[in-house]
Design a protein around this ligand. Structure first.
Ligand code: GTP
Length: 417
């Protein structure tokens, strides 16, 4: 009752001032050092119709040629008939921090006459990655978990300027509980500023109408004003209207920039006045990569895992819930008691049955023994009866009692004579 002695309720936390240097202020540095040593794993998925600039944007985001530049397929070229899943990994390093980046591409999505089930192989792939992680967690040795779960999915919306298409809605509806969805308006340089504003509004209202949850940067209580403003700034740009390009072009004022050149001017990828590329990179890489990984692990994967385990008949540990809920606790105790009684009853039944079986086996054995003895006695009596009858017949006919013996003596005498 140390707490009570000091007038504090049990378990209370108090704020204390340190009287000198202790050293735990170095904890963030320790975490940082360890993370840097271990490196990071990040998996991004890109989904969208062919030719929307997915490979180009990935190359632009990570400033590398993860995807070689390719010529667009001619219309008559043979295209695959199903959505396939292709992943590509690269180890990249920036200021000593290593990142194993994996990009999962989904060629074929939305490219067919009938795209009804285009989302299916993608959901299956995301779930298979969850399963692979779950399998590692269930192993005895869980030292080095390889995290191949998809941490973010960039969904490329065709810059039609109208509304979302059925395939966009269907995909996002099917996927939003399994992956952090980040919608982007592809090739935004093909729309005017006004068209982009109107299109964004329409896309957002479609998303809200269909109750689709897209990734939102979390806002914490103790966040400073600057961070809150930054969060709001990023959130206000969703769905990000992006332009991708790995090419350097020269602006009218002579600067060399990543962008796309048009007769009327240059669209700069890294210029926030030109497109939302910078904000997308901020969300995906610079500020919220860790949040994306955390949300994947703590919410999306956790939901999948508990649903899967419940489906397999494994109940979750609800001890925290019971601790704060006495009704749940007593219900659980009652259930435990009943289970114990049922177990005892089953055990008693089993012992009883075993005893009965043993008795029956013994009875059967003695019955067989009795029967065998009875048959033996009967045989012996029959033999005796036959001998006596034979004796009687011989006495009545006046023949000697042992005829065989006398015949043989006679024979011997005859032979001798
Ligand atoms: P698939 O691999 O066929 O699915 O295509 P993709 O979505 O990866 O598109 P990719 O990056 O190969 O780009 C297709 C074409 O669009 C290329 O010629 C690119 O140069 C061009 N492109 C890429 N990004 C943009 C963009 O932001 N604006 C414009 N106007 N064109 C772009």
């Amino acid at each position: 009752n140390g707490g009570l002695a000091h007038g504090l309720p049990n378990g209370a936390t108090v704020r204390k001032k340190l009287m000198g240097y202790v050293g735990f202020a170095n904890l963030p540095n320790q975490v940082h050092r360890k993370s840097v040593r271990k490196g990071f794993q990040f998996t991004a998925m890109v989904v969208g119709e062919s030719g929307l600039g997915k490979s180009t944007l990935i190359n632009t985001l990570f400033n590398t040629t993860l995807y070689p530049e390719k010529e667009p397929l001619p219309p008559q070229a043979e295209r695959p008939s199903t959505v396939s899943i292709e992943s590509i990994s690269a180890d990249i390093e920036e200021n000593g921090v290593r990142l194993r980046l994996t990009v999962v591409d989904t060629p074929g999505f939305g490219d067919f006459v009938n795209n009804d089930n285009s989302w299916k192989p993608i959901v299956e792939n995301i779930e298979a990655r969850f399963d692979a992680y779950l399998e590692q967690e269930n192993r005895v040795n869980r030292q080095k978990l390889v995290d191949n779960r998809v941490h973010a999915c960039l969904y490329f919306i065709q810059p039609t300027g109208h509304a979302l298409k059925q395939i966009d809605i269907e995909f996002m509806r099917r996927l939003h509980t399994k992956v952090n969805l980040i919608p982007v308006i592809a090739k935004a340089d093909t729309l005017t500023d006004d068209e982009i504003v109107a299109f964004k509004e329409r896309v957002l209202s479609d998303i809200a109408h269909h109750n689709i949850r897209i990734f939102q940067a979390p806002i914490y209580d103790n966040e400073d004003e600057e961070t809150i403003a930054e969060n709001e700034e990023i959130a206000s740009k969703i769905p990000f209207a992006v332009v991708g390009s790995n090419r350097e072009v020269r602006t009218s004022d002579g600067r060399s920039v990543r962008g796309r050149a048009y007769p009327w001017g240059v669209i700069e990828v890294d210029n926030e006045d030109h497109c939302d590329f910078v904000k997308l990179r901020q969300m995906l890489v610079r500020t919220y990569m860790e949040e994306l990984r955390e949300h994947t692990n703590d919410v999306l994967y956790e939901n999948y895992r508990s649903e899967k385990l419940l489906g397999m008949g494994v109940t979750q540990d609800t001890s925290v819930f019971k601790e704060i809920n006495p009704a749940a606790k007593s219900a659980e105790e009652r259930a435990l008691h009943e289970a114990k009684l049922a177990k005892m009853e089953a055990e008693m039944k089993m012992v009883f049955q075993q005893k009965v079986q043993e008795k029956e086996a013994k009875l059967k054995q003695s019955e067989e023994e009795l029967y065998a003895r009875h048959r033996e006695m009967k045989d012996a009596l029959e033999k005796q009866r036959l001998e006596l009858e034979d004796k009687k017949r011989r006495l009545e006919s006046g023949r000697p009692l042992t005829p065989e013996k006398s015949v043989s003596t006679k024979k011997k005498g005859f032979l001798r004579a």
